[in-house]
Design a protein around this ligand. Structure first.
Ligand code: GLP
Length: 244
């Protein structure tokens, strides 16, 4: 793993955006694997700014997102489709037909099947990842069994707690999500995992401080990937006692 410690979260996001930009500049029809959440949200303004400055062209780029809540229509303020539109797609020259976010309402089995087909269409050149407080990536929650392909995941109580901040009430947080599987994530050509904040310390210790692959901390599986970059800020590095 290539582990980079930055001065602060803004620098983490700037660097991640530069790395994603480099992938696109080298391959204008790249497929990006994208993520939601506050961490990924910090990256998108840099991609928007590069696009607006004429330095990054998304006209041939194709994207696929990690996950979507089950039960939220695409236009729900907290759906991940809406998150992506508002944080990135509405502000860049991407054709939305080239953006895949699983559909969270209607026939869920059919939506999972369609999502699996969309994932299989084209390899992901770079997959952006955040990490859950419990070590989830995408919505692959800790458990004795992790899944290879896209599936419906029951969200852990800690995940519902963490994501409740986006909803008026905790009871409104969906309890299930459609997620790419661990295999889908690990098949991306390049992984870019970002983390910030003390609440990620336990999960990040498992990722950075030992060689264990721990199904109770799904992010640890990225250690097996041949091209993974992890970017954290100095505050988180100090918090977990990570030394470069
Ligand atoms: C969410 C998403 C993940 C994300 C994680 C961390 O539940 N499904 O893809 O990485 O939780 O989110 P945040 O960056 O807001 O802490």
């Amino acid at each position: 793993m290539n582990i980079i410690v930055t001065e602060n979260f803004a620098k983490t996001c700037e660097l991640a955006a530069k790395m994603i930009g480099d992938v696109i500049r080298n391959k204008p029809d790249a497929r990006l694997g994208l993520a939601t959440g506050s961490t990924a949200q910090g990256v998108y303004p840099y991609l928007v700014a590069a696009n607006k400055a004429g330095k990054l062209d998304f006209s041939r780029v194709n994207t696929v997102n990690l996950d979507e809540y089950v039960g939220l229509p695409a236009d729900h303020p907290q759906s991940y489709r809406r998150f992506m539109d508002e944080n990135l797609f509405n502000h860049i020259n991407i054709d939305k037909k080239n953006t895949v976010v699983a559909k969270g309402t209607g026939d869920i089995d059919a939506n999972v099947a369609a999502f699996r087909e969309a994932i299989a269409e084209k390899p992901i050149d770079v997959q952006l990842l955040g990490i859950g407080v419990d070590g989830h990536v995408g919505f692959n929650e800790p458990g004795v069994v992790l899944y290879d392909g896209a599936h419906v995941e029951e969200l852990d109580e800690s995940t519902i707690d963490a994501n409740a901040r986006f909803f008026a009430d905790r009871s409104e947080v969906p309890t299930k999500a459609i997620s790419m599987g661990m295999g889908d994530i690990l098949r991306a050509k390049k992984l870019l995992l970002l983390a910030t904040g003390e609440n990620k310390a336990e999960a990040m210790k498992g990722l950075l401080l030992n060689e264990e692959l721990d199904v109770q901390n799904p992010a640890t599986l990225v250690k097996t990937h041949p091209d993974v970059t992890v970017i954290i800020d100095r505050a988180l590095a100090d918090c977990i006692g990570y030394q470069a």
